[in-house]
Design a protein around this ligand. Structure first.
Ligand SMILES: Cc1ncc(COP(=O)(O)O)c(C=O)c1O
Length: 355
């Protein structure tokens, strides 16, 4: 089937899916002229840092359109979700909830302990939004254990709210479920449309993207399957990889397709994860990620965040330098946001970016 026909068909599949309009779409797609010249390749960027609704956009806005669509359809009053204290997902949830009249409750694990003074970065934004914030300390450094405690506390809070007659919609960390992933199926449809409208741009050979919970990746894989796109997806891991991650992402992609009435099954072997740019760990910058953040800022005036997008861009630059990405290739960097991480604790941002 022709690509245009596949796109038409995909639009039809979304007809009955509940959605709340939160952002500004399509997000810009543009060429990185200086980076392209420097590396003799066609390097483009998809600006999901500009999704809105505030200037602190990012990939979660797309997921939240469908998640909050479901929450509103079911008549909930509250939304409860999880993340690190500097979670972009939690911050975007707090903002999105305000737009549609839901109350946000955030259970946050202090992977990097917030300082004693004023809250910083995303935590400050959560507070401006008057989200109900619960912080779970992580003294042993075991974020998994702290997250379990946070989940138990959240379950008690949900029961409490139910007793009061309120209902609560629970969103997993990163918004990573089938409903959330629909946002990135839709994003690939948007990209196809933009490629069609851009004279001289036939498509891409490689698409680079930062991966954490895997929800974005699952949506992109599902969208790729639906539209029969043939570019290589390069998901760059940022320090959250757990055993069984690929299998979970494949299952999530299948479940997202299932919501659209498509029965395709995705195999974990059908995609790769780039694991070489994690650096010292989650919320810890590496020499490469700090240098990539700085290079994009100085070459193009565009800011990525140290936790996610700097690591993905570091992978892209390293692959351009090593020749893994061939000269004249068409490469897309999918900017998923996170610049507000630049105002987080110094441990997260690192010192190399202001040297
Ligand atoms: C800025 C940014 N980029 C990428 C990701 C990764 O997205 P996902 O959790 O869907 O894998 C996140 C997740 O929090 C993020 O905040």
């Amino acid at each position: 089937m022709e690509k245009d026909q596949l796109l038409e068909q995909a639009y039809n599949l979304f007809e009955n899916i509940p959605r709340e309009s939160l952002g500004f779409f399509p997000t810009p797609l543009h060429r990185l002229n200086n980076i392209s010249e420097r590396y003799k390749a066609e390097v483009w960027i998809k600006r999901d840092d500009l999704t809105g609704p505030s200037i602190f956009g990012g990939n979660k806005t797309r997921k939240l359109e469908y998640l909050l669509g479901r929450a509103k359809q079911q008549g909930n009053d509250y939304v409860i979700t999880y993340g690190a204290t500097q979670s972009n997902h939690a911050m975007q949830t707090a903002i999105a909830c305000r737009k549609v009249g839901l109350k946000a409750i955030l259970y946050l694990v202090a992977v990097v302990p917030p300082g004693k003074g004023r809250p910083l970065g995303n935590l400050l934004l959560d507070r401006i939004m008057d989200a109900e914030v619960h912080i779970e300390p992580c003294p042993s450094g075991d974020a998994g254990e702290a997250m379990e405690k946070a989940r138990s506390a959240a379950a008690v809070r949900m029961q409490e709210l139910e007793k009061e007659g309120s209902s609560c919609y629970e969103i997993p960390t990163g918004g990573a479920n089938d409903t959330g992933s629909l946002g990135y199926v839709r994003a690939l449809m948007e990209l196809r449309e933009q490629i069609r409208q851009q004279p001289g741009l036939n498509g891409f050979d490689h698409v680079y993207q930062a991966t954490g919970s895997g929800g974005t990746l699952a949506g992109l894989l599902a969208g790729k399957e639906l539209l029969k796109e043939d570019y290589e997806l390069v998901p760059v891991e940022v320090g959250l990889l757990k055993p069984g991650f690929k299998e979970n992402v494949a299952a999530l992609a299948g479940a997202a397709l299932g919501l659209l009435g498509n029965k395709s099954v995705l195999e974990a072997e059908s995609f790769m994860i780039e694991e070489n740019f994690t650096g010292p760990g989650y919320e810890m910058p590496s020499v490469e990620s700090s240098s990539a953040l700085k290079e994009l800022a100085l070459a193009e005036g565009i800011l990525v965040g140290p936790v996610y997008t700097a690591k993905a861009f570091a992978a892209l630059l390293a692959h351009l330098q090593s020749g893994k990405i061939k000269k004249n290739s068409r490469v897309l960097f999918w900017h998923t946001g996170g610049a507000s991480e630049l105002f987080a604790e110094a441990q997260i941002t690192g010192d190399d970016i202001i040297r």
